[in-house]
Design a protein around this ligand. Structure first.
Ligand code: GN1
Ligand code: MG
Length: 366
């Protein structure tokens, strides 16, 4: 989607009775009257719902492909949003779940799990249109998120996606799928496969479990998962908390770099347009360190650039695997989109590697 699309609910509002009936299971201020598909997530299904007073909400179906135990996902979100709410500086700086009429936080319908959030008013998500100044603010937002949850013990959260950032496992899976080649697509991706598999040694960089502490982390810290004020562009709040679980802070940093310190949208298929943008990296890192620097350990600070490399490797491996498997995991809106995403991330990966020393030098000055 275009980065700011949908912020004003610009998909045509509908009154799909099934969606409205689901929304009506929650304690909205007034009966829900309109719903429209919303946002650009690759995994969950999202609607913007409005009630009879005009108040807006976000209704989401949790992907069963990605999340085996939606109840654990919701338990984590309840824990984390309560923790953030207790530290809130403003009502729009954290997500707020709307309870169901029977006092829970999610509802099941036909084997699917749904939840409702208050819509963060006057907010916008950014993508390739983010400016360098926006990148700094995004860094502050994700850094503040990590700092705010730093006192929440990681053991309090369920592991909702085991091995989510286990890169050797993604390498093995790519090899397996390429060997099985269920759709005969392997012949289209010779050079991509070769490049992706050439990072097998790199994929083991964080194998030592004592290298860095496990913390409460976001795990999907892409630029589109921070909201900004539509007018002032102040960073408001970190969203998409499904993947919040124990993890490594440097992976959050890295995910933001792969999605934010780039010249093109994630599915830009013309790889000549895709490159690492040093000033965007420096801006994001500056904001991130201003907010999270004080809580990070020396080892975490020393491995920030590794996070950027490894998270870009991860998306390269996962998009390429999904293309070979027939687009079964990531939502696509056109044929070949996952291949474009894979090519894009591989091009970025090579450019991040080309800036390896530059990143270290730059981080040392911040
Ligand atoms: C997915 O849900 P969304 O679109 O924010 C994916 C992330 C990937 C990302 C790539 C649960 O995130 O891991 O990095 O796409 N989320 C899940 O854009 O697999
Ligand atoms: Mg997500």
């Amino acid at each position: 989607m275009a980065p700011s699309e949908g912020v004003t609910g610009d998909a045509r509002p509908s009154a799909d009775p099934v969606i409205l009936a689901l929304a009506a299971r929650f304690a909205t201020a007034a009966p829900p009257v309109a719903a429209a598909p919303f946002g650009g997530g690759h995994v969950n299904t999202t609607y913007r719902v409005t009630d009879a007073t005009g108040r807006a909400y976000l209704l989401q179906r949790i992907s069963r492909t990605a999340f085996r135990r939606p109840a654990d996902v919701m338990a984590n979100i309840v824990t984390v949003t309560a923790h953030l709410a207790a530290k809130a500086r403003s009502p729009r700086d954290h997500l707020t779940l709307v309870p169901t009429l029977d006092g829970g936080f999610w509802t099941e319908a036909e084997g699917e799990t749904w939840r409702l959030y208050d819509f963060v008013a006057d907010s916008v998500e950014l993508g390739a249109d983010a400016t360098t100044a926006d990148l700094r603010r995004a860094g502050e937002a994700f850094g503040r998120f990590l700092a705010d949850v730093a006192d929440l013990p990681a053991e309090r959260l369920h592991v909702t996606i085991p091995d989510f950032h286990n890169w050797p496992r993604y390498v093995a899976r790519l090899k397996q799928v390429a060997a099985a080649d269920p759709l005969g697509r392997r012949r289209e991706v010779g050079p991509e496969l070769e490049q992706a598999l050439s990072y097998e040694d790199v994929s083991h960089a964080f194998d030592d479990p004592d290298l860095m502490p496990q913390r409460v982390t976001h795990n999907d810290a892409k630029l589109a998962n921070v909201l900004f004020d539509r007018l002032t562009r102040a960073p408001l709040c970190v969203v998409d908390l499904d993947t919040v679980q124990p993890g490594l802070a440097v992976n959050d940093f890295g995910d933001s770099i792969r999605s934010g310190a780039t010249s093109a949208p994630e599915d830009e298929g013309d790889v000549t347009r895709v490159h690492f943008v040093p000033e965007r990296f420096a801006a994001y890192a500056g904001g991130f360190l201003a907010a999270a620097g004080p809580i990070l350990t020396a080892s975490e600070l020393a491995h920030l650039r590794h996070g950027a490399l490894l998270m870009t490797l991860e998306t390269s491996l996962r998009f390429l695997t999904d293309y070979l498997e027939g687009d079964v995991y990531y939502a696509t809106d056109r044929p070949g989109q996952n291949l474009d995403r894979a090519r894009n991330q591989l091009a970025l990966l090579a450019d991040i590697q080309a800036h390896w020393n530059w990143m270290a030098e730059t981080l040392a000055t911040l």
